[in-house]
Design a protein around this ligand. Structure first.
Ligand SMILES: Nc1ncnc2c1ncn2[C@@H]1O[C@H](COP(=O)(O)OP(=O)(O)O)[C@@H](O)[C@H]1O
Ligand SMILES: CC(=O)N[C@@H](CCC(=O)OP(=O)(O)O)C(=O)O
Length: 296
């Protein structure tokens, strides 16, 4: 009896959260590491369907870094990363596009539909969704003190997101599932980091929340303890002193841009926790790092 009462209470307590998010857009970045476990992948798909049925508008932007690496390994190509981003030559770009827009995108679409929902898979090239330009990033060489430009090859940064295609998909009661491949002004194909792509989509759609699912508890400090609240202003220092490295760099940089654009809630959360999205959105139990502005 106690158990039944507890279940009823949990369901009832979701009401204010459901009211807060009614008809709002929630962008969920589904990381390549978080999608490796088939059971978690199934639960994730169910959670997306549940949000849609409850009147929220989830948009999924997925990654696939580990899956791209696996394919490159089969082709005996050594992956190269700088600042958490894949250096992408022409041959790597075709593998990236094949893996992201092909197998991964369609398998997420299939699992959402298996869970009883409707999903439409697109890449940033479809409907001119994500217009990108070649990424330019400068870095100070610690030895010489000189500022050097890093060449990432065909890595793009989103410069414009055309939301019409997303609106059409959402209006037809389907969940958009986006592969982070961008298109250049002259039709070139660009590899866009999935965190960056999710951030650009969240900003352009004026999302209520951006949830970045990953394979760690959230942003960890030097002693590997979870930082549950992190101000944008603290990020440059945490990157400079080596606390935040690798794939966490594009994640926090994207989170910071999105927070500055006015999206209220940007959370890096643990995709290994079953139903972490539901816990974050529909209960008072957050499971990750909230990125905010100092004093906000
Ligand atoms: N301060 C930090 N806190 C948490 N993770 C960190 C930190 N610095 C670097 N990382 C690394 O970032 C990884 C998450 O980024 P990434 O591998 O790109 O995951 P995803 O596929 O989910 O995008 C973690 O697994 C961890 O190895
Ligand atoms: C430029 C760049 O780094 N692109 C990423 C795109 C996929 C991605 O971001 O996947 P995760 O979210 O699983 O890391 C890549 O090629 O791996």
């Amino acid at each position: 009896m106690d158990e039944i009462a507890a279940t009823a209470r949990i369901l009832s307590e979701a009401l204010p959260f459901l009211q807060r998010y009614d008809d709002q857009i929630i962008v969920v970045k589904y990381g390549g590491h978080a999608m490796v476990d088939p059971k978690l992948a199934h639960q994730f798909a169910r959670d997306m369907v549940m949000l849609k049925v409850c009147g929220l508008n989830p948009i999924v932007v997925h990654g696939g870094g580990p899956q791209i690496n696996k394919m490159l390994d089969k082709l005996e190509v050594q992956p190269e990363f700088r600042e958490g981003l894949r250096v992408t030559d022409e041959a790597t770009m075709s593998v990236v596009e094949m893996v992201l827009s092909g197998s991964i995108n369609k398998s997420i679409v299939a699992s959402i539909q298996q869970a009883g929902g409707r999903a439409v898979g697109i890449s940033g090239k479809d409907g001119n969704l994500m217009i990108a330009e070649k990424l330019t990033k400068k870095k100070t060489d610690p030895e010489t003190g000189k500022v050097v430009e890093i060449d990432f090859g065909f890595v793009g940064e989103p410069v414009k997101v055309n939301t019409e295609i997303l609106e059409t998909i959402m209006k037809s009661d389907a969940i958009p599932v986006i592969a982070p491949v961008g298109v250049g002004a002259n039709g070139e194909t660009f590899n866009v980091n999935a965190d960056t792509a999710a951030g650009a989509v969240a900003t352009a759609t004026r999302a209520k929340r951006l949830l970045l699912l990953t394979d760690v508890a959230g942003v960890l400090d030097k002693d590997k303890n979870l930082i549950s609240e992190l101000a944008v202003e603290e990020l440059p220092n945490l990157i400079a002193n080596g606390t935040i490295t690798g794939g966490m760099i594009p994640k926090v940089e994207s989170a910071a841009d999105v927070v500055k654009s006015g999206v209220e809630g940007v959370i890096i959360l643990d995709g290994r926790v079953p139903h972490s999205v539901l816990l974050e959105l529909l209960t008072p139990h957050g499971v990750g790092t909230r990125i905010s502005r100092a004093g906000a």
